[in-house]
Design a protein around this ligand. Structure first.
Ligand code: IVH
Length: 674
């Protein structure tokens, strides 16, 4: 195809893909099948691969990019992101309405009612129709630049469907649907990872990931609810029409918004959703009532951070009273003794509840919760509800004060309680409860993934004394397996094969599999990006660990503690002796000869000819690596315009520097060779 023809086809495909993306993710009304849509994307991807110069940042193929090299930058909001005053009952709503009526000197006004979605507020900025920045609310004045992550949300348009204001900032709520949340937790459970507590925090955590691929996997969504700023306005003069206009531009607007003329209509809307809120695919914690006219909004103004023209009419938290039948104690993988409430089953927040969290002993006593009490249980979207407190008036005198067992409920070891830890813990790392949980985790999907060795066989292997630590798995013989009741030759062969295969899992999986406190798969990935063997990690100091972007002091301390325990080091030795790979994948045969092998680059400042991610990709393709900090291991610091403090660090350490021209020259010469 001639170049202009290619460009035309690329433009055409992008337009079509954007249109169908909007129909599917924004309007929830697709007009083509998934496979027809996929075909368009595949064709565009092919053309972009053949003609990389035609790739633009707003191409629908470019939702998932590289992580920002320097963490999140701060963003100043063009106009502060306000919060809302609350009304907790009808009287408070009425008071708000009367205040507005008085301030507007009796003029009549319409209101727009919207559901208050419990997610996180973001501001999206479009320049000439293209998404150029996405930011979190932060403290309302300054937030974090999370553009790279927000771009991955399919219901956020990368470019507007029609021409709009040259510069446009819209605001909305990013959230995770109940369905996506349940699916994520199910996967985590299967992988032996701790469950997330509620969709709101999970959505917020997902937006603040460094790696956009991680955010992309979380299936976040958005509803846009306000115009932040529009240059050369041309936008409507009220909330309702603005939302309609934003919808035309390609934004996702809630279908449940309603225009109300009287307070009675607002109350009807509220009551309807109070009843039906559990049928919504997201969590709504109230109704936002806004004065429709922007002129009136201006006139009403803002007090502090709260506009007078809007109010959040909150739904009451869902509470219910039931009997606390007993308090059980679980021993977790980290040895913590976790008390939990065994309840008379009751429906709350749309689900039947039989159990609730009781945090720890001190919390139980502070709230004076006793076994046999009638207790108030609250579910605010959490998976596991909370016990709020006892209904003291209903006590009979037969209730029993709870006491934490002084011995581990599983292995009988004396429990320890240190003053700086809220939890009681079983100190025996060989405690079967801990070890069973650990073994389950170790063989699980995201870890060593030893198919065939599920929960049941893990239990049996422990009970039969065949494994006492995770490394023992690699010393089991087929004969031993065949000696177990109900173990057939086929399964034994499969297990043995899978154990063998698991020896070459990537380092990050092994690290995650060890079950080190606070080291989930994401942290394990981060650590193995900077350290290339278990020995390097084991030898690292807390300072060296916290140098890794994303690794905080708590995690660093946990790693150091883990490798400080003799038993744990022995397990590592046993794993090594059994042939488990404890080093990072060695570069493959051809990669080993790449010209930048062993060279580490660090970038500072802005480059004018290429994006940072492109430079990094080129360096990696030539066998080099990149780091976000200048250390002794850094070979070159690449210095762009407005360099940061890394240049000082390089000067201090005597690191060689390259300017943009030198870098390009280097890459080009090597690129030709490679
Ligand atoms: S309007 C002044 N509309 O609630 C207007 N906010 O407490 C400020 N929220 O930070 C926001 N749904 O994160 C507005 N339909 C909606 C909303 C909504 C959820 C959140 C938003 C804001 C918080 C205010």
């Amino acid at each position: 195809m001639a170049d202009t023809k290619v460009q035309e086809r690329v433009d055409q495909l992008r337009k079509e893909i954007n249109y169908h993306n909007n129909r599917y993710h924004v309007l929830d009304d697709p007009v083509v099948s998934d496979s027809q849509f996929d075909k368009l994307v595949i064709e565009l991807k092919d053309l972009e691969t053949q003609h990389p110069e035609l790739v633009t940042p707003d191409s629908p193929t470019q939702r998932v990019g590289a992580p920002p090299a320097e963490g999140f930058a701060q963003v100043e909001h063009s106009l502060p992101m306000l919060s809302l005053a609350n009304a907790f009952n009808y009287q408070e709503l009425e008071a708000w309405y009367h205040r507005v009526t008085n301030l507007l000197e009796g003029a009549s006004f319409d209101m727009v009612c919207e559901l208050k979605i419990d997610g996180l507020a973001v501001a999206l900025t479009y320049q000439d129709g293209r998404l150029v920045q996405g930011a979190t609310r932060g403290d309302g004045y300054r937030g974090e630049d999370v553009t790279h992550n927000l771009r991955t949300i399919n219901s956020i348009p990368l470019s507007l469907l029609e021409a709009g204001p040259p510069r446009l900032e819209v605001r909305g709520e990013v959230f995770m649907s109940g369905e996506a949340f349940a699916k994520l937790n199910k996967e985590r459970e299967a992988q032996g990872e701790p469950l997330y507590a509620n969709p709101r925090n999970t959505a917020a955590g997902s937006v603040r990931q460094l790696d956009p691929a991680m955010t992309a996997s979380r299936n976040l969504e958005i509803y846009v609810y306000a115009l932040g700023y529009a240059q050369e306005n041309g936008m409507p003069d009220n909330q309702w029409d603005t939302l309609e206009r934003l919808k035309e531009l390609g934004f996702r607007i809630s279908l449940h918004n309603r225009i109300c003329r009287t307070l009675g209509e607002v109350e009807d809307y509220y009551r309807q959703w109070l009843e039906e809120r559990h049928d919504l695919p997201f969590q709504a914690d109230g109704v936002v009532v806004k004065v429709n006219s922007f002129e009136y909004q201006q006139q009403l103004g803002v007090v502090g951070r709260e506009p007078r023209w809007a109010v959040a009419y909150k739904f009451p938290a869902e509470q219910v009273v039931t009997r606390l039948l007993d308090i059980g104690v679980n021993v977790g993988r980290t040895g913590s003794l976790n008390p939990f409430a065994i309840l008379e089953p009751v429906v709350v927040g749309g689900a039947t509840v039989k159990m609730a969290t009781l945090h720890n002993e001190e919390d139980i006593h502070r709230k004076d919760i006793r076994i046999g009490d009638w207790v108030t249980v609250e579910r605010a979207g959490e998976v596991i509800p909370q016990v709020i407190g006892p209904v003291v008036a209903r006590r009979t005198g037969k209730e029993k004060v709870f006491q934490m067992p002084d011995r581990c409920t599983v292995c009988g070891t004396a429990v320890v309680k240190s003053p700086d830890d809220a939890m009681h813990r079983c100190p025996n790392t060989a405690c079967p409860a801990q070890f069973f949980e650990l073994l389950k985790h170790f063989v699980g999907k995201g870890a060593m993934d030893i198919d065939g060795l599920g929960e049941r066989w893990s239990r049996i292997l422990i009970d039969q004394g065949l494994v006492e630590d995770v490394a023992d798995l690699y010393y089991i013989t087929k004969e031993q397996l065949l000696g177990l009741e109900r173990m057939g030759d086929k399964l034994a062969t499969r297990i043995m094969d899978n154990i063998e295969v698991s020896k070459s899992r990537p380092l990050s999986r092994v690290l995650f599999a060890l079950g080190i406190l606070h080291i989930g798969s994401e942290m394990a990935d981060l650590l193995t990006q900077s350290f290339h063997s278990i020995d390097e990690i084991a030898a690292a100091t807390e300072e060296q660990l916290t140098d890794v972007p994303g690794i905080g002091p708590k995690i660093a301390a946990s790693v150091v503690t883990y490798f400080g325990v003799d038993n744990n080091r022995e397990v590592i030795q046993k794993l090594r002796a059994a042939g488990v790979k404890l080093e990072q994948e060695a570069p493959s045969g051809e990669a080993a000869d790449l010209p930048l092998k062993g060279k580490t680059f660090c970038l500072t400042g802005t480059l004018s000819s290429m994006s940072r991610s492109k430079v990094e990709a080129k360096i990696k393709a030539l066998g080099g690596s990149t780091s976000s900090n200048v250390t002794r291991k850094t070979t070159y610091l690449v210095v762009g315009a407005d360099p940061g403090s890394k240049l000082d660090a390089a000067n201090r350490l005597g690191t060689e520097t390259l300017d943009e021209g030198q870098l390009l020259e280097l890459l080009e010469t090597l690129g030709i060779r490679a």
